[in-house]
Design a protein around this ligand. Structure first.
Ligand code: MN
Length: 570
C-alpha cells in the first residue's frame, strides 16, 4: 500500500487531513524540476511509509517543509496535529539549518553526525531527514552544478554514514550511489561503460546456477526460498577497485546471489549445501549471524568456485534479517497502537537490537562509560549525549561543548578575541545573558564591542577550562595594564600670583568636582608667581579639562597645564 491508497481507505483520518493541509500550504510552489513542491513532501512521506514507520512520522513527513517554506507556523501545527507531530516537524526544520561545508576533516564530519542525532532528540526526526534527503538525491539532477556537488558531498560524508550507523544498509548504499556520479563524474562514466557488459555476463551465469541451487535446497527440505541477484553498488565497487588495481576480474562479488530463507537453521543448512556443490574459497566464509557487523548487519557470506572455474559470492539470511539489514533501526519502529503494550513490545525489540548497543558504544568512547541500553529505551529519545552539547555558529559551524556551557564558553571556543570582547549573546535569535545555559542545537551569536575586556564574574559561571584560562589571562593583562602602562593619576601644574587663600580656593574647586587630591606641592615661594603641582586621581582627559576650566575662573591664575602619570611615585 501507499500513502495515497491509505488515504482513499480513510478519507477522514489524520493522514488525509495532513495531506490536504500540506497540499494547500505548498500550493503554487514549484521545485527546480518544474513539478509542484507537494510532490517532494508526498514522496518523502511515501518513503517513510515504505519503511513502515508509525503514522505520526509519515504525517510529519508530509508536513516537514511547511515551517520552513510556507506561512504555516508551529502554532498552527499544534492546533491541527498536536504535540508529537509538531515536535517532529520542528526537529526536521532545525536539522535543515545546519549547513555542512566540505573542507572539514573526518573528525568534524563525525561530530556533525553525532550532533544530528543529539539535536534530533527523537530518532524519528532522523528518519524523516533521511527520507527527505533520499528523495532530494533522487531528483538532484535539476539543481545547478555547484549545489549538486555540495549536497552530494554532504550526503556522502554525513547522511550516508549516519544511515549506515543506524543499520540502514540499503538506504546508506543508495545515498552513496546517488552521490557518486556528482562527486566522481569521470570515474562514474568509466565504471558504467566497463560494468554493463561484465554485469550482463555475470547475471546470465548466475541465472543458470539458480535452478541448481533451488533443487539442492529442496532435497534438504528447504522449500520456501527466495533467490535474487544483487549487483554491487557503484560506490562500493569503486572503493574496492581502487584497492585492486582497477581490475574488475578481481571483484568476485560484482553480482552476488542472495538466498532468503525462513529460519536460521535453514541458513546454515543452505551454506552446507552450497559448499557440497562447489568448493568454497578459503578465508571467504563470513558468519555475520553469529558475529553481526557493528551496525547490526546479519548474514552468511561465502565465495565458491562455480562451474567453469568462475567465482561466485552467496549471501544467505532469514527474511527477518533481510528486513533489518535493509531498514536497520527503522525496521524496529513499527507501532501498532499508542497503548502501554506497544511500548513494552518495543522495549523488548530495542533490548535485543544490536544497533542500540552499537550506537551507545559509539558515543561513549569519549567518556569510557557504559551507557545502558535500558536508559535509552526508557525514553525512546536520544539522550546518549547528556554530557555534551552541540551548538552552531552563524556560519553553520558546529561547536561541541560540555553540557551546561554558556555563551562565554561558546565565544572562547570560536575565537579568543570574540570571547575577550563579548558583551552580549543571542541564542536562536533571542537575547540571552552571558551566563545563560546553552542547549544542543542552539544557534548562537555573540555580540562584541571593541576594546572590551572580560569581567571577573564570568569565572563564576563558565564551564570549560579553555574559557577559564583565557579569561584569567585577559584579566591579568588588564591588571598589568593598570599597574604599569596606563595612567593612574594626573598632575596639574598651576601658575598663579601668590595670594592668601589661593591653595584653599583651588582644593575647594577640586573636591567639589569629586576629585581627590593625592598630593600638592608648591614651588617658587616668595617670588611673584607661584607654581603649584596638584596630583589628582582622575585620568580622563575630558574630566581634567573641565576641572581646568573651572580653576581658570579663579582670580590670579596665569596658566594651567597637566600631564598623565603612570605610577604612584612622582
Ligand atoms: Mn524537504
Amino acid at each position: 500500500m501507499t500513502v495515497k491508497e491509505r488515504i482513499k481507505k480513510d478519507p477522514d483520518g489524520l493522514l488525509a487531513k495532513a495531506y490536504r493541509f500540506s497540499e494547500n500550504a505548498h500550493r503554487g510552489q514549484k521545485r527546480k524540476t518544474g513539478e509542484p513542491y507537494f510532490v517532494h513532501v508526498l514522496a518523502t512521506a511515501e518513503i517513510l511509509y515504505e519503511w513502515q514507520l508509525d503514522e505520526s512520522t509519515v504525517i510529519a513527513g508530509l508536513l516537514h517543509d511547511t515551517l520552513e517554506d510556507t506561512h504555516v507556523t508551529s502554532k498552527d501545527l499544534l492546533t491541527e496535529f498536536g504535540e508529537e507531530i509538531t515536535f517532529l516537524v520542528n526537529g526536521v526544520t532545525k536539522l535543515g539549518k545546519i549547513k555542512y561545508r566540505g573542507t572539514d576533516a573526518e573528525a568534524k564530519a563525525e561530530n556533525l553526525r553525532k550532533m544530528i542525532l543529539a539535536i534530533s532528540e527523537d530518532l524519528r526526526v532522523v528518519f524523516i531527514k533521511l527520507a527527505d534527503r533520499l528523495h532530494n538525491m533522487r531528483t538532484l539532477g535539476a539543481l545547478p552544478p555547484a549545489k549538486q556537488k555540495r549536497i552530494a558531498l554532504e550526503t556522502h560524508e554525513i547522511y550516508a554514514p549516519l544511515a549506515y550507523r543506524m543499520g540502514m544498509q540499503s538506504i546508506s548504499g543508495e545515498l552513496q550511489d546517488l552521490s557518486f556520479p556528482y562527486l566522481y563524474p569521470q570515474e562514474y562514466r568509466w565504471l558504467k561503460e566497463k560494468m554493463t557488459e561484465e554485469y550482463e555476463d555475470r547475471l546470465k551465469y548466475l541465472d543458470r546456477l539458480k535452478p541448481l541451487v533451488e533443487s539442492s535446497l529442496r532435497e534438504k527440505g528447504i522449500t520456501k526460498t527466495q533467490i535474487d541477484f544483487r549487483a554491487k553498488r557503484y560506490s562500493s565497487l569503486y572503493k574496492k577497485l581502487l584497492r585492486n588495481q582497477m581490475d574488475l576480474g578481481k571483484i568476485y562479488d560484482l553480482v552476488a546471489m542472495r538466498i532468503i530463507l525462513e529460519t536460521v537453521e535453514d541458513c546454515y543448512s543452505a551454506l552446507g549445501t552450497i559448499h557440497s556443490l562447489w568448493p568454497p574459497l578459503p578465508g571467504k566464509i563470513k558468519d555475520y549471524i553469529a558475529m553481526p557487523k557493528p551496525n547490526g548487519y546479519k548474514s552468511l557470506h561465502t565465495t565458491v568456485i562455480g562451474p567453469n572455474q568462475r567465482i561466485v559470492e552467496f549471501q544467505i539470511r532469514t527474511v527477518e534479517m533481510h528486513k533489518e539489514n535493509e531498514h536497520g533501526i527503522a525496521a524496529h519502529w513499527i507501532y501498532k497502537s499508542h497503548g502501554k503494550e506497544s511500548v513494552d513490545t518495543k522495549k523488548k525489540i530495542f533490548e535485543e537490537a544490536q544497533w542500540v548497543k552499537q550506537l551507545a558504544k559509539w558515543q561513549t568512547t569519549k567518556n569510557n562509560g557504559e551507557t545502558s541500553a535500558e536508559d535509552f529505551i526508557e525514553s525512546l529519545k536520544i539522550d546518549f549525549f547528556k554530557d555534551r552539547i552541540f551548538t552552531i555558529t552563524p556560519r553553520g559551524e558546529v561547536i561541541d561543548l560540555p553540557a551546561g556551557s554558556t555563551p562565554v564558553d561558546f565565544a572562547y571556543h570560536v575565537h579568543t578575541e570574540i570571547g575577550d570582547t563579548a558583551v552580549g549573546a543571542k541564542a536562536n535569535n533571542q537575547l540571552v545573558p552571558l551566563s545563560h545555559e546553552l542547549h544542543s542545537g542552539d544557534f548562537v551569536e555573540i555580540l562584541t564591542q571593541k576594546n572590551k575586556k572580560p569581567s571577573e564574574d564570568w569565572l563564576t559561571f563558565v564551564k570549560t577550562s579553555i574559557a577559564r584560562d583565557r579569561i584569567r589571562h585577559a584579566l591579568k593583562r588588564k591588571t598589568n595594564a593598570l599597574l604599569n602602562k596606563q595612567p593612574i593619576r594626573s598632575e596639574l601644574k598651576i601658575v598663579a600670583s601668590d595670594r592668601m587663600g589661593l591653595i584653599k580656593d583651588i582644593t575647594l574647586i577640586i573636591s567639589r568636582s569629586h576629585v581627590n587630591v593625592l598630593n600638592l606641592a608648591t614651588t617658587n615661594i616668595g617670588e611673584k608667581f607661584h607654581t603649584l603641582r596638584v596630583s589628582c586621581d582622575i585620568v580622563e582627559k575630558e574630566k581634567i579639562e573641565k576641572l581646568i576650566l573651572k580653576l581658570k575662573e579663579l582670580k590670579d591664575i596665569k596658566e594651567i597645564s597637566y600631564r598623565l602619570l603612570e605610577s604612584q611615585i612622582s
